[in-house]
Design a binder for this molecule. Structure first.
Ligand code: YH5
Length: 293
């Protein structure tokens, strides 16, 4: 094999896009780099803590690390470009030696371009590249992109979520965004879609989306990413369980999603999620053997 060939060849983005063509589920570990208002540790301590956490997630089997410097939780505040740049770009560079593809959770075109140049493999955009210049920034790079559905804006989206047919409307939106991306010259194989659990949705909407995920995946013909880990939908199902009591419910939701065709699970608890998905994947392997026989 010539130098530069083989499974490890190419840029992080090209290697991730190659894995998206496969069948096995991937775990995306959540790495939050928004400073919490209670610790005034300073930039260096924060960066060191983020690297330690990333290393631990890789050891637990993360296939992708999702770095987010712009909080998108319900009610969260807007972060300016310079603050987000300082939080995210040095970290993308510092995480390259881990050899794990890095995804950057951002809605800003400047951050997208700089993250791609710093070695990111994926842009994870909760606004599905609707921001000014975002689609062009992704098109000018070779990163994969996750297009997420959101109704409304993070600050207010949970006030009055409303749909006539949530699965149909989320599918229409994602199909339209896939079209826009392809018109910008983003190759079809680089695109991942996400129904956006909890982003402008009631518990009933989230459950309808999860129940209808297989149809959504078939309709869109793209790898589906899901993020339900520790979210309120899990807490509510469990009788208002606090964040630290949502692990088993989150893992169950991940299993249900992957059994219906989801390919990437965004999760805080990487080891637990990876083990659960290994079981789903083993059964899928046996099913393929039976249908091939
Ligand atoms: C997602 O679904 N979610 S950030 C509230 C929580 C717990 C977790 C109250 N970025 C997604 O993780 N990107 C986020 O408890 C995402 N898909 C994609 N692609 C929100 C989050 C969270 C919010």
């Amino acid at each position: 094999m010539a130098v530069g060939e083989g499974v490890d060849a190419g840029t992080p983005a090209a290697r991730l896009v190659a894995r998206l063509r496969g069948r096995s589920p991937l775990v995306m570990g959540v790495l939050n780099v928004t400073p919490d208002s209670f610790s005034d540790g300073g930039r260096f301590i924060e960066a060191e803590a983020a690297r330690t956490r990333a290393r631990a997630m890789v050891e637990e089997g993360a296939d992708i690390i999702d770095v987010g410097g712009e909080s998108t939780r319900p009610g969260a505040d807007w972060v300016d470009v310079q603050t987000e740049r300082e939080r995210v770009i040095p970290l993308v560079e510092a995480l390259q030696p881990l050899g794990c593809p890095i995804s950057v959770d951002t809605t800003k075109a400047e951050i997208m371009a700089e993250a791609a140049a710093a070695g990111a493999a994926m842009i994870n955009d909760v606004r599905a590249l609707r921001g000014e210049g975002a689609a062009a920034a992704v098109a000018a790079s070779e990163v994969a992109v996750c297009l997420m559905h959101m109704q409304g804006e993070p600050r207010t989206m949970q006030r009055h979520p409303y749909y006539v047919d949530v699965v149909g409307e989320v599918g229409d939106f994602l199909a339209e965004r896939v079209g826009v991306c392809e018109q910008h010259g983003i190759a079809a194989e680089r695109i991942v879609v996400d129904p956006g659990f909890g982003f402008g949705k009631t518990l009933t909407h989230n459950l309808e989306l999860l129940a209808g995920l297989e149809g959504l995946a078939e309709r869109l013909g793209k790898p589906v990413l899901v993020g339900m880990s520790r979210k309120r939908m899990i807490g509510t199902i469990l009788g208002d369980a606090p964040l630290d009591r949502r692990l088993y419910g989150s893992v169950a939701a991940a299993v249900i999603a992957v059994m219906q065709g989801a390919r990437i699970v965004r999760a805080h608890d990487v080891g637990a999620t990876r083990d659960a998905l290994a079981v789903v994947n083993a059964v899928d392997g046996a099913r393929s053997e039976r249908t091939a026989a």
